[in-house]
Structures are given as C-alpha cells and as structure tokens.
Design a protein around this ligand. Structure first.
Ligand code: ADP
Ligand code: MG
Length: 444
C-alpha cells in the first residue's frame, strides 16, 4: 500500500516533467513491484514500454523524481515480465545451489587431516591450491602408496572451495569415471546432440582426477584426456591429479602426457611415521567419539603397517569388539582379543634375522658392522637397540642372543638391554625410535 502511495506521488511529479504523450503512453503504465536495498523495481507491460522508459532522457527524469520521494541513493530498474521472472529464477537457483549439500565427502577436510613429516609438503601444496587455484602449482600431481591420504586431500580441496568459492565449478572424478563418461559419450555421439562430455569437462575451473594410474589407451582415452588437459591448462584452469606412482613409472602413459604432468609440481606423500600414526588414531577417536585406552593407541600404531585405511579398520574393529562386551572404554585386552588373528601371523613371521636386517636398514649400517667389533657411536647405538628388540620381542635366552649378535657375552647383552630400556623411560626420542622399528617389524 505504502509503495503504491509513494509511486503515485512520483507520478504526480513526473507529470510536470515530461510530455503528455510520454506520460500517458509509457510512464503511467508502470507498476511498482518491490522496493528494497535502495532499488525500486518497476514492471513495464511490454518490452517496447520498457525500452522507451529506459531512454536516457526519460529514465533520468524518472530517477530524479523517484529519488525525491524515496532516498537519494535509490536506483530504478525498469523491467518486463519475462526478464523479471528470469532474474527471480536465477536468484532462487543460486540460493538452492548454495543450500545444496557439498558433493564432496564431508569427513575429508583439511581440518581432519593430520599433518606430519610424511605429508606436510603435499598438504601445504594442496592447501595453497585450494586457497588460490590456478596461481602457483599447476598442474599439481600428487602420488603415494595406498591409504596414505590422497583421496582425502582431493576432497579437502573440494570442500574448501565449496565453502570459499561457490562461483567455481569444481569437479572430482576417478580415472575410471572419466573413462566411462568418455566411452558413454562416444557411444551416444552419433546423434550429435550429445556434447555433454565436453561441456562437463572443459567448462570446469578446477578438475581433480583421482587414481590416474588406471588410465588406459583404450578408445583414444589418453587423446581425449590430453585435449581436455590442454584446453583447461591454456585457459588457466587448475588441474590436480593423484596417482599411486610418479608419472615416470606409469608405463602405459603417453610421453606427451608425462611431459605435461611434469610441467607443474610433482609431489609425493610418504608413509607415516609412528608419531603421525598415533596422532591419526587419536584424531579418529575424538572425531567418532571412540573411547580408547592410551596403550591401545600405541598397540594399534605399532601393529599396523603404513596403510592408514587399514589402521582405521583395525581401530573400529577394536572399538566394535569392546562395545559388544558392553564396555564404554576399549582396553588392551579388547585390542589383543580383537587382533588375535593378526598376532599369530606376526609371531611366525618374526625372527632374529628379520630384526637384525630391519635395524640395519633403519639405521643405514651394514650387517657386518652391526655384528662386528667397531665401537663408534653410530654402530654401538643400533647394536644395543637390536639387542633390546630381540630380547623384547622374541623368547630367546641371553646367551643365544649373544651368539646371534656376533658371539657376544651374555653380560654384554644384559647391559645393552638395560641401557635401552632405561633410555626409553627417560628419553622420548629413543622411545619413538624403538616404536618406529617395532611397527616396521610388526606390519602385516
Ligand atoms: P589414498 O587415496 O591415498 O589411498 P585415502 O585418502 O583414501 O588414501 O585415505 C585412507 C583413509 O585414511 C581415509 O579414511 C583418510 O581419511 C585416512 N587418512 C589418510 N591420511 C590421513 C591423515 N594424515 N590424517 C587423517 N586421516 C588420514
Ligand atoms: Mg584414493
């Protein structure tokens, strides 16, 4: 009502400013529909009327009178029915898009990713790309073994951009999906109407392709990928690729793709060390509300390999086991019971020789030196560590350990064992070292 009254007063003013024809034919036919955010929207009954009113001579006078009645900053928008409806539709679409759930896995965010020595560089590169796509590392090629967090980081980039840059078209696909889409496209392309594939992949702002090691040369898939890559790259779009191995080890990869990948940053993600594994287990516990005793965390970190997915699986197995028993806390007994099967294979696999070679490998010393007579620190420490581990992990008498360790006296063995077990109590660095080696030894 108020808007109509205000508009009537504007019309009264206008009547004295323009010719009668202009007023009767055009201005008086306008209807005010909304006034908000200092904008008055007027609906014209036809496109002709809209165009007439939008001529500068008329439009300026209209604006002047509107501002006298409304505010000094009011802008006037004259629109027609169709245009107005379209703008409304676009608006609701935008709102719906924003309200739609992210198409990326919600659990895989940067916040949920534990950063350690093994993955800090990859993490930094991915974060940089998420914050400023197409600026520094393009293409970004990340690689590393199974379960080390590559897919997690790709989704983290997706989730981050979903929040911070809703205007960008960000696509995550596996190599398999990309291939299938392309094969579908080839099958349907006879009807010429099907340009969906190219529309989909060449209009993105950020394209992420996971598990590219599965790329094959079937049906010209690398050719298509090459063109997609070039198109995007030349229009300065961000490309991120994940693989289980570096480009130079992908034998099926065409040379030109290999060299394209090499033009950006190639970064590996390494196997987590013991501390990172512990941190990941703890994070997972707090995220999923698991209550687990501290020694259970150590136990799992030691007894699992470097595949984090597998480690998570074992953790949920332990928690599940303890919940079956109606407990609120998973204890060491639950962990041992739940991992009984693993423990057996562990014992049969482990022998003194394996410990010796693993220690040599870990400290980069030769077996001859480790078992020999040298007395320099670089050799003595690994030697004592090795003695400690054999004693701790295997059920062998001290004299036998002495023999295995290059014919040493049992008191020497006892001394080495006590020295390391004391250091473990007072020096966290030594504790970490021992745990690191144990976890290598106990991998399934
Ligand atoms: P990849 O793709 O390299 O095979 P994923 O990204 O699927 O590995 O990771 C496997 C599991 O391990 C996922 O559940 C992931 O959340 C978890 N994960 C891997 N690395 C980390 C990390 N640094 N912090 C937290 N969770 C991790
Ligand atoms: Mg993956």
């Amino acid at each position: 009502m108020l808007l109509d009254d205000q508009w009537k007063r504007v019309l009264n003013k206008l009547e004295n400013e323009v010719t009668a024809v202009t007023f009767d034919l055009w201005l008086s036919t306008l209807t005010p529909i909304v006034y908000s955010n200092d904008e008055l929207i007027l609906l014209a009954p036809s496109i002709t009327a809209k165009n007439q009113v939008n001529q500068p001579a008329i439009y300026n006078k209209l604006t002047k009178c509107v501002r006298e009645e409304f505010t000094l900053y009011t802008t006037v928008r004259v629109t027609d029915n169709q245009e107005y409806e379209e703008s409304l539709k676009a608006k609701t679409q935008k709102a719906e898009e924003k309200a739609a759930p992210s198409k990326f896995n919600k659990k895989y965010t940067f916040d949920n990713f534990v950063v350690g020595k093994s993955n800090q560089v990859v993490y930094a590169a991915m974060k940089n790309v998420a914050e400023r796509p197409s600026s520094k590392f393009n293409p970004l090629f990340i690689y590393g073994g199974v379960g080390l967090g590559k897919t997690h980081l790709l989704h983290a980039v997706g989730n981050y951009l979903w929040e911070s840059r809703p205007d960008l078209n960000v696509i995550y696909v596996t190599c398999e999906k990309f291939t299938n889409d392309y094969v579908d496209y080839l099958r349907n392309s006879k009807d010429k109407l099907n340009s969906e594939f190219r529309d989909k992949y060449r209009t993105v702002d950020v394209l992420m392709i996971d598990d590219i090691q599965f790329i094959s040369n079937r049906m010209g898939i690398q050719e298509e990928f090459f063109h997609t890559f070039n198109d995007l790259y030349q229009s300065n779009k961000q490309i991120i690729i994940a693989s289980d191995r570096p480009p130079k080890e992908m034998s099926a990869l065409e040379e030109r793709l290999r060299s394209r990948f090499s033009s950006g940053l190639i970064q590996d993600i390494q196997e987590p060390d013991y501390e990172t594994k512990v941190a990941i287990i703890k994070k997972k516990c707090s995220q999923d509300g698991y209550l687990v005793d501290e020694d259970v965390v150590d136990f799992i970190a030691q007894r699992t390999g470097t595949n984090i997915r597998e480690m998570e699986g074992i953790l949920s197995k332990v928690v599940f086991y303890s919940s079956l028993l109606g407990k609120t806390h998973a204890t060491m007994e639950d962990a041992k019971e739940a991992l009984k099967d693993y423990g057996e294979s562990e014992r049969t696999n482990l022998d003194a020789n394996k410990i010796i070679t693993t220690v040599c490998d870990f400290f980069k010393v030769t077996k001859d030196d480790l078992l020999g007579k040298k007395k320099n620190k670089e050799i003595v420490e690994p030697r004592q560590m090795c003695i400690y581990l054999i004693n701790d992990m295997l059920n062998i008498p001290l004299t036998a350990i002495g023999e295995l360790m290059g014919g040493r006296d049992h008191t020497t063995i006892m001394h080495a064992r006590d020295k390391i077990s004391n250091q473990i109590k007072i020096n966290p660095h030594v504790k970490t070292l021992v745990n690191d080696i144990k976890s290598r030894l106990l991998q399934y």
